[in-house]
Design a binder for this molecule. Structure first.
Ligand code: GYE
Length: 331
């Protein structure tokens, strides 16, 4: 474990570390007071949500590869979609005295106690991809990721344009992400705000598919059974949309034509379905957070100021744009 200059100097272990030859010259090295590595590398504890989607797989790869190329020692823990697993992973990181903790919170609420423990242990925390609803923002140093409300708004804007000047009712079904997660809450909020401006548009069914393809399929099956006149599907991620496409085809309907489909993420499978005409519009959400995260980790470890919010840049894709982008799509 490395401590920042001030902490190391205060704890009186700086001389020891210099003698031991584990200084790195960036002012961030110092007392290796026991556990953690003694090779001068920064140790990052990262608690991932799980492996629920193509987005998540690409995000994990980005974090692992960027840690390796930044020379950061990554302790990676997969929570398999469970908050309790994330809490115990974070507690383990604290016990192991990692230098920095980063995690993608599965849900927004219930983090104050464990974040306070990290703060008390003087370990900076960086929220990655998803937000928490803690009122005390001193519990974490930074939050890097997308603006999910804006993503929902982009989805809504596309739909408003698609039905501009038309007067018929538009029946929308919604596949929500993991209940209580920031992207599910915010993608719903942004979308609702937009479609509320057109009185013909109505969300007739809305249920979680937990960001998973299989769940997207089964929930869409029940939507199709109970609601014969679905015009639009808004799925909070590509994977649920792709599962729903299977259900729509099995019901003898044409995805993208009989039912218009909007999704979020723009992973390769989603972009392929968009280029094939089975999805109509995708709002991009970039999983490639690794490089910027590692920059923040280095600065946080060195005790430098880091921005409280780092926003990911992203775009949207129509079917034509997907055809152009696909050949060079990284994930
Ligand atoms: O959209 C979804 C994943 O938090 C932005 O989580 C992420 C979301 C992403 O499972 O596919």
């Amino acid at each position: 474990m490395r401590r920042n200059w001030t902490a190391a100097a205060l704890s009186g272990v700086l001389a020891v570390s210099v003698l031991a030859g584990c200084g790195g010259g960036d002012g961030g090295n110092g007392g290796d007071s026991g556990s953690g590595n003694d090779d001068g590398k920064i140790t990052l504890g990262f608690s991932q949500v799980g492996a629920e989607s193509g987005w998540r797989t690409a995000n994990t790869k980005s974090i692992q590869e960027s840690a390796a190329s930044a020379g950061i020692d990554l302790k990676f823990s997969d929570a398999q979609g469970k908050q309790e697993n994330q809490i115990s992973a974070i507690r383990n990181f604290i016990t192991q005295k990692v230098d920095v903790i980063a995690f993608s919170p599965v849900v927004t609420s219930g983090w104050d106690a464990v974040l306070q423990e990290a703060k008390d242990a003087d370990i900076p925390v960086i929220l990655t991809d998803r937000a928490v609803d803690s009122q005390d923002t001193s519990l974490f140093k930074s939050f890097i990721g997308s603006d999910f409300v804006v993503e929902g708004q982009k989805a809504g804007d596309w739909l408003l344009k698609e039905y501009e000047g038309k007067s018929e009712p538009v029946n929308i079904v919604e596949l929500q992400g993991t209940t209580g997660s920031a992207p599910a809450l915010d993608r719903q909020k942004g979308f609702q705000e937009k479609i509320a401006t057109n009185p013909n548009m109505k969300i007739v069914k809305s249920q979680t598919g937990d960001f998973k393809r299989a769940d997207g399929k089964t929930v869409m099956e029940t939507f199709l059974q109970s609601t014969p006149d679905i015009d639009v599907l808004y799925a909070h991620n590509d994977d649920m949309g792709l599962g729903a496409i299977e259900a729509i085809e099995a019901a003898g309907k044409k995805p993208g034509t009989d039912i218009k489909i909007i999704t979020v993420d723009a992973v390769k499978d989603g972009m392929t379905a968009l280029a094939d005409g089975k999805i109509n519009f995708i709002v991009e959400c970039s999983p490639l957070l690794g490089p910027q995260l590692m920059e923040l980790v280095k600065k946080a470890d060195a005790g430098e100021e880091i921005p409280a919010r780092v926003l990911t840049e992203e775009t949207t894709f129509t079917q034509e744009q997907a055809k152009e982008a696909l050949p060079t799509r990284q994930y």
